[in-house]
Design a protein around this ligand. Structure first.
Ligand SMILES: [Zn+2]
Ligand SMILES: [Zn+2]
Length: 344
């Protein structure tokens, strides 16, 4: 079978890799669809992000869905032919953080397609993969393979919304509405947000965010002062989801966030200089949001029931044989939201 292996920046190869056998409580899965994530793009374009670098060839990908082709011993509830979304979150279950229910902080996390540890954890952009039964989540017939693969980024969004606390009646600002920002819009809307305003520097992400539930979309490249009306009376928003990783976006939101406003930083932004006196004087809560764990099951359930529609965010599907074109397309934010590949 084939896998997509990154060797160096812009050096992504289709390689033959052996198909392992499913052991006890495992499943052999035929991968159907895989979404290209921001982290995959960082590995593809730059060989990594921050201090995380590719030090050995690594199969990319962690947003996948597929069909079970064979179950290992001990699995009685997942027959061959079952369509599933695969959670790439593989915490150890034993460390202190897993014991506390903080699985995304596991000391021995083996997240697919990640160079955070060496040897790297190989990813899921491959035609066949062996997973643990616990990673498999049943997908409704009404859902396409591509929609099912969106369960992973939706889980990231659900975790971010959960980090913000109760959404009911809140006025929400989302800065940066690529796939994660737009999915936060959908999740916050579903969770009861009263008003959702989004900003971006491109037209397509703004239009996409409106399709999944945003009330107002502001292009801050065309109108840098577009948020200014929201600064009156110490601000208009209860919650900021910062999904751009851009220091200017975060800094600008300080002026429009109400006192005691909650900032959830989702975008990875590296080092920034910020006016901490504003954090003090307006008593902001600054919170991070990183990955997810139990939210994956919730994401699949919301998708299965049609309570969140991710179709407007799918902007392209390519066969894996055209993976380089798929990655190049995914990297163009003016033309793409979520780009996926098929692995038939
Ligand atoms: Zn992802
Ligand atoms: Zn653990």
């Amino acid at each position: 079978m084939h896998a997509l292996v990154i060797h160096a920046p812009l050096d992504l190869r289709i390689e033959d890799v052996p198909t392992p056998e499913p052991e006890a409580n495992q499943l052999l899965v035929r991968v159907r669809a895989g979404g290209i994530c921001g982290s995959d793009l960082h590995y593809f374009n730059h060989g990594g992000f921050g201090t995380v670098r590719i030090r050995e060839p690594m199969v990319l990908g962690h947003e996948v869905s597929g069909v079970v082709s064979r179950a290992g011993s001990g699995v009685i509830d997942v027959p061959a032919g079952t369509r599933i979304a695969i959670s790439p979150s593989r915490p150890c279950g034993l460390c202190q953080y897993c014991q506390q229910g903080l699985h995304n902080h596991c000391l021995d996390m083996r997240y697919y397609g990640s160079a955070m540890r060496t040897p790297h954890v190989q990813g899921a952009f491959r035609q066949e993969i062996v997973i643990d039964r616990s990673q498999a989540h049943f997908v409704a017939d009404s859902l396409s393979d591509a929609e099912a693969a969106m369960a992973e980024p939706l889980s990231v969004a659900l975790h971010a919304v959960r980090r913000a606390g109760p959404m009911l009646g809140k006025r929400v600002l989302v800065t940066g509405c690529g796939p994660i920002g737009a999915l936060i819009v959908a999740a916050a809307r579903r969770a009861g947000a009263a008003t959702i305003v989004v900003t971006d520097v491109n037209t397509l992400p703004l239009e996409s965010a409106l399709k999944v539930g945003a009330d107002i979309a502001l292009n801050v490249a065309e109108a840098p002062d577009a948020l200014q009306p929201f600064a009156a009376d110490k601000g208009s928003f209860d919650v900021l989801f910062e999904a751009s990783g851009n220091a200017a976006a975060l800094r600008g939101a300080f002026d429009v966030l109400k006192p005691r406003g909650i900032i959830v930083q989702v975008g990875l932004g590296g080092e920034m200089t910020l006016p901490m006196n504003a954090v003090v004087a307006k008593e902001f809560d600054l919170r991070g949001a990183f990955r997810f764990h139990e939210e994956f099951a919730v994401a699949v359930e919301l998708l299965n029931k049609g309570l969140i529609d991710v179709k407007p965010l799918i902007s392209g599907v390519f066969p894996y044989q055209e993976s380089v074109k798929a990655f190049q397309t995914a990297g163009d934010r003016s033309k793409s939201m979520k780009v996926l590949m098929t692995f038939d």
